[in-house]
Ligand binder design. Structure first.
Ligand code: ATR
Length: 273
């Protein structure tokens, strides 16, 4: 592919972005599918001005990541109905100067559950954390057909906010992170806290995870995932969710579907280019 006057620009807005895998994945897939486009990382301090630039410079689409998913939700022109329930967006499409906001995180999460958890409709899920990320996970669980879930958080008031936000969708039993009853009666634990990403901490006492399945939404192995694996649990990091959200963003922008197996190989570093 040669860059010319028709080359379209895509990118990601967030801070920090140094660890983002999105530029690598989307750029690779543009090339793979013969789309005349580039995808760049924009580590910005001002998402409002950055979104104005999307219109001014005719940037065709962007991903939005930490910490801007909820602010950007309020700044775009039109919100997709599913993203409206979540209250956060990670994908914007520029349609002739009108910015459409979508959430593909919950779709990527649904893929991760379908790929990794057998018989998920009959399992009891407990979400750890009540931040922005947890909202997409709760909505994904609702869309998977679950009607009762648990949500544990350090700050109970934040758990209450999520419970209220989704009261018309899914029944959420809330508690704190040492709620032994909720943890012992769960089948699948989903970590939506940053605990254990860069240290050896776990958000819950590790004794509760025996015989459980553990999911994390971060694509790197957290301490919880590593410890769960050591104890013989099924434990999966967020790579499938990451690839899933990218797959749906790419489809919104281009109408094309990339090969997810190829994405997995690329990001695992097993692809010889
Ligand atoms: P994100 O957008 O990634 O969800 P966030 O909105 O900052 O980020 O939310 C982070 C979540 O992880 C919160 O639920 C937070 O708990 P509080 O609501 O009590 O702040 C949780 N979290 C962060 N650090 C934590 C820690 N050291 N122990 C337990 N929970 C933690």
């Amino acid at each position: 592919m040669f860059i010319d006057t028709k080359t379209q620009l895509f990118g990601i807005f967030g801070h920090p972005l140094s660890h983002s895998l999105s530029p690598r994945l989307h750029s690779f897939m543009f090339k793979q599918l013969d789309v005349n486009a580039v995808y760049l990382a924009f580590e910005t301090d001002n998402v409002e001005e950055s979104l104005r630039a999307v219109k001014t410079l005719n940037i065709q689409g962007v991903n939005i990541t930490i910490p801007y998913k909820e602010i950007a939700f309020k700044l775009v022109d039109i919100i997709d109905p599913d993203a409206d329930v979540v209250g956060a967006i990670n994908t914007i499409k520029n349609n002739n100067g009108v910015l459409y906001g979508y959430n593909t995180d919950y779709l990527g999460f649904m893929d991760m559950v379908k790929l990794n958890i057998d018989n998920y409709k009959n399992k009891r899920f407990v979400v750890l954390g009540a931040g922005g990320a947890a909202k997409a996970i709760v909505y994904g669980l609702y869309k998977l057909g679950l009607s009762n879930i648990g949500l544990l958080n350090r700050t109970i008031d934040k758990a209450k906010l999520i419970q209220a936000q989704f009261k018309n969708y899914v029944n959420i039993n809330i508690g704190n992170l040492n709620d032994s009853t909720a943890l012992l009666s769960s089948d699948v634990i989903i970590n939506c806290t940053p605990v254990g990403l860069n240290d050896n901490q776990t958000p819950i006492d590790i004794k509760y995870i025996d015989k459980k399945e553990v999911l994390d939404i971060i694509y790197k192995d957290s301490a919880l995932i590593l410890k769960a694996k050591k104890r013989g649990c099924k434990a999966v990091n967020g790579m499938d969710m990451f690839i899933g959200q990218a797959f749906y963003s790419f489809k919104i922008w281009t109408g094309l579907e990339f090969d997810r197996q190829l994405a997995y190989k690329l990001l695992k570093g097993n692809l010889i280019l």
